[in-house]
Design a protein around this ligand. Structure first.
Ligand SMILES: [Zn+2]
Length: 98
């Protein structure tokens, strides 16, 4: 019989490496308005991408993801988008392969 194995260092390293590049929720929140507006951008198909750290954080953090979606809905009209279009663009950017 075996007890639960302690986490071996290799596994810990793999798990933490998986969350690189790391962004805290506070850092993420600071970036949210600029990042969301950059992704909504203009309607000529040219818009900024999320930074990898921001994108990874949103994929892993439901709270910040919700915050970004709420903001996208809030500012959608400024970019000539409906709230649904704005969140769709946000999701498309998040789903984009790195
Ligand atoms: Zn977060």
């Amino acid at each position: 019989m075996t007890d639960h194995l302690p986490l071996d260092p290799g596994l810990v390293e793999a798990l933490t490496a998986d969350s690189d590049p790391y962004l805290s929720c506070d850092d993420c929140f600071e970036e949210t308005d600029v990042a969301v507006e950059a992704v909504l951008g203009t309607d000529d198909g040219r818009h900024e991408r999320f930074s990898e750290a921001f994108r990874v954080h949103l994929l892993r953090c439901p709270a910040c993801h919700d915050e970004a979606r709420s903001l996208a809905e809030l500012v959608a009209a400024e970019f000539g988008l409906t709230p649904a279009e704005a969140t769709a663009r946000l999701e498309a950017e998040l789903a984009r392969a790195a």
